[in-house]
Design a protein around this ligand. Structure first.
Ligand SMILES: Cc1ncc(COP(=O)(O)O)c(C=O)c1O
Length: 416
């Protein structure tokens, strides 16, 4: 039987009463502040967290929809965040872009812009398709389902990166976009964008780089002298990039950027309707009303951390990732699926049922991140996970041993 529907309260309550109720509810949440949730949440430093939160609440009531006509500060912050992002991603003069509420919306907007371009370039309304590696985020399918643009999913190379030859073979007359990830969420590796770009250029297909996870981290990891593949506008043929501020930009949710090598392409995502009774409606996002807090928080965190701050966080993060990887490799029976380019780790086993290990970890109050192909454990690590490392590795070693010694079969499945 389903739970009884919550009724609308007869009488209003004061915050003094509401706040403890919420605290009590949150008591049932997983212990994400202690690094026990391997996705959804991000942290750089305590100070950056406070700056983002304070900036968010300073502009809590403002609406970014009115960034042009009323909240000039927010309009300006949005433009400046986009400028700083274009600068970071080595965009050419005349590039453009905007902010959105997240990776999914950024991807939606890029697909929309690309479809408008394809309609002009091919001189027809459709049909079109997208060629993407198996590991690309489902947001492309979400956009595709909404706009009637099928996504052809192409198997990966053995190193879990997109296979440029197989992607080239899948391109047909209807292909409008090909997608590379920097990195892909499941395996944490950056696709070889420099090899995808000649394919895009030769076939005349729009190349989108989904850097939602890694966009605001990769440039700083590179500064540390670590080898990370190139992914940005310096590579010819990269036409648009999605990069989330609310992930490794360490800004408050919801905030992301969608960037184009030309302002003309950015304008292709703009919705412009004149016959409405109120007047002309022009927006560059899927949503109308938008939280100004996400923009203010992003602007403030950019200003607060700067290149030196982000580089220091990148150093701390990568040292922590190295520690996790070394600890995992030291556990008998486990193996990394791929060497992480950034902070996403994915590992499995040829000896034990790794999903059973996940279940045992869940018994010890770790929320297990999992991948289904190949079967593995997964974590997107930020500084929330630094203090938890030793406990995690100790429990992981015990979970592997327990699994090895028992016949119990896993029943858990990988879900996002
Ligand atoms: C590579 C990648 N792209 C896009 C997204 C979608 O981002 P959002 O959840 O902000 O919509 C994610 C989310 O994890 C991601 O990992």
């Amino acid at each position: 039987m389903s739970e009884a529907r919550t009724t609308f309260p007869e009488k209003g309550m004061s915050w003094d009463v509401i706040e403890p109720l919420m605290t009590q509810m949150a008591g049932g949440d997983e212990q994400w502040r202690d690094g026990r949730v391997p996705l959804y949440v991000f942290k750089a430093t305590d100070e950056a967290y406070d700056v983002g939160r304070d900036a968010y609440f300073k502009f809590f009531a403002e609406n970014a929809l009115g960034g042009k006509r009323a909240f000039h500060s927010i309009g300006r912050m949005e433009r400046e965040v986009v400028d700083m992002a274009l600068d970071l991603f080595q965009a050419p003069e005349g590039a453009g872009g905007g902010m959105t509420t997240g990776g999914t919306e950024s991807i939606f907007m890029a697909v929309r812009a690309c479809r408008e371009w394809a309609r002009e370039a091919k001189g027809r309304q459709g049909p079109f398709n997208i060629v993407a590696a198996e590991s690309a985020h489902p947001a492309f399918d979400k956009a595709g389902v909404t706009m009637d643009i099928p996504v052809k999913r192409i198997p990966l190379r053995d190193d879990f990166r997109a296979d440029p030859a197989a992607m080239a073979a899948a391109i047909d007359d209807d292909t409008m976009m090909m997608v590379g990830s920097a990195p892909c969420f499941p395996h944490g590796v950056i696709d070889d964008i420099s090899t995808l770009s000649p394919v895009a250029e030769e076939t005349g297909v729009w190349l989108h780089v989904d850097a939602c996870v890694g966009g605001y981290l990769t440039p700083f990891v590179k500064r540390l002298g670590r080898e990370v593949p190139d992914f940005d506008f310096a590579i010819p043929g990269v036409r648009s990039i999605s990069a989330d501020l609310h992930k490794f930009g360490f800004a408050p949710k919801p905030s992301s950027t969608v960037l184009y090598w030309s302002e003309e392409d950015f304008q292709r995502q703009v919705f412009d309707l004149d016959p409405w009774t109120y007047g002309r409606m022009t927006t560059s996002t899927l949503v109308g009303t938008r939280p100004a807090g996400g923009i203010a928080g992003s602007w403030a965190v950019f200003k607060h951390l700067g290149i030196d701050g982000y580089t220091k966080v990148a150093r701390d993060l990568m040292e922590m990732v190295d520690g996790y990887v070394a600890g995992i490799e030291a556990i008998d029976g486990l193996k990394m699926h791929a060497k992480p380019d950034l902070t996403i780790i994915n590992f499995g086993s040829d000896e034990v049922d790794i999903f059973r290990v996940a279940e045992v970890m869940a018994e010890s109050e770790w929320v297990p991140g999992m991948t289904q192909r190949p079967k593995g454990l997964h974590a997107m690590l930020s500084m929330l996970h630094a203090p938890a490392r030793e406990d995690y590795l100790a429990d992981l070693a015990k979970a592997v041993e327990k699994t090895r010694l028992s016949d119990e079969k896993s029943t858990i499945s990988a879900t996002y």
